[in-house]
Design a protein. Structure first.
Length: 269
């Protein structure tokens, strides 16, 4: 995601569009982790059996080839925004869209091992998007018990750490978050706690005043959701120290485990 300076103008945020989500049973990419020896079922039995989780890998690696399509405006309830954006990247060229897809696939394997049905908004299997409205619609259609949109920020060097974005109360047009604000905050707080514990990452030093939590009303993926949903910005891709973590496969596995534990904590509370 691109950073929104506090009190400043809004920069393009992560997207969601129309299209078919990728659910359990669909073919995954060749590099997608799968449940098995590396992700065995927990000794006490699957804790998420009967639960559905929506994972939303922010942006799409192919968005850069479809700039006209992703630039079209979509209705987010209280405004109109771009269908999607290309996302950010590290100084070395590692794209946010590649990062988010890798972490989402890893989290999917871990959640499946816990017995969950997992739906992805995209699995590298579509030319662009989906748009922000479609990303929200995918979680709604799946009747997800929890939904998490995975991102990495694009702020300035020196701004470090992760933060979780919670939905504000929005009642405008097609948006009505009044019923999900409370449970989404619970999900976000648990996600932030587990992500910090598992990854060892600090909460953001530039968003959330040390809480690692931010409330926003300008994201269609949250505004249009009817299920508990949050975004997680796993770090700042434009900071060299954060980028060193985000580009490390072992750290990404920790990030996926932190996300999984946060979701599991919320669904088994």
């Amino acid at each position: 995601m691109l950073w929104r300076p506090p009190g400043g103008g809004l920069f393009p945020a992560a997207g969601a569009a129309s299209g078919s989500p990728s659910a359990d049973g669909d073919a995954a990419g060749d590099d997608a982790p799968t449940a098995g020896a590396d992700h065995p079922a927990p000794a006490g039995g699957p804790r998420l059996k009967g639960r559905t989780v929506l994972l939303d890998p922010g942006h799409n690696p192919r968005n850069r080839d479809h700039t006209q399509e992703i630039a079209r405006p979509v209705d987010i309830g209280n405004d109109h925004k771009e269908c999607d954006t290309t996302g950010t990247a590290t100084d070395g060229g590692y794209a946010e869209a590649e990062f988010t897809l890798d972490v989402a696939r890893r989290a999917r394997a871990l959640l499946r091992a816990e017995g969950a049905r997992v739906v992805l908004t995209q699995d590298g299997d579509r030319p662009y998007g989906p748009c922000v409205d479609g990303r929200a619609a995918a979680g709604n259609a799946a009747h997800a018990d929890a939904a998490v949109s995975v991102h990495a920020d694009g702020s300035v060097a020196g701004n470090r750490g992760f933060h979780v974005i919670l939905p504000a109360r929005v009642t405008a047009g097609a948006a009505d978050t009044s019923r999900i604000v409370g449970p989404s905050r619970d999900l976000g707080e648990r996600l932030a706690n587990r992500f910090a514990a598992v990854t060892g990452s600090a909460r953001s030093n530039y968003v959330g005043h040390g809480t690692g939590l931010d409330v926003r009303s300008d994201l269609g993926g949250l505004n249009l959701s009817t299920v508990p949903k949050v975004f997680i910005e796993c770090g700042n891709m434009r900071d060299p120290k954060d980028a060193a973590q985000l580009t490390d496969a072992q750290w990404r596995e920790k990030a996926a485990r932190g996300i999984t534990e946060g979701i599991t904590d919320f669904l088994t509370r």
